[in-house]
Design a protein around this ligand. Structure first.
Ligand code: FES
Length: 93
């Protein structure tokens, strides 16, 4: 068992909170989903305006029901809607 799994197994109701580099967030997200543990991830993004205008801070949503042509269903602006997301809410590409 990995260290994260070991810590979570000792808790009655584990919940994960993570911030840091994207490769680490990917591992925490995959672990949370695999183990059905609630988790919140603080995502980092380059922000050109921080007001929703430049569209430079997008992250893809994990939304299977989204229309292929609906930009706002498929992507979230980290500056306005983040930076904290539920682990199951976003995907890293
Ligand atoms: S930083 Fe410009 S839209 Fe988010």
């Amino acid at each position: 068992m990995n260290p994260l799994g070991s810590v979570c197994s000792e808790l009655d109701v584990p919940k994960l909170f993570a911030c840091g580099p994207e490769p680490m967030l990917i591992v925490v997200k995959d672990f949370a989903i695999t183990e059905s543990i609630a988790g919140e991830l603080s995502v980092e993004s380059y922000m050109g305006c921080a007001t929703g205008i430049c569209q430079g801070c997008v992250i893809e949503r994990q939304n299977g029901a989204a229309s292929k042509h609906s930009y706002h269903d498929r992507y979230s602006l980290v500056c306005l809607e983040g930076p904290v997301y539920n682990a199951s809410e976003i995907c890293f590409s």
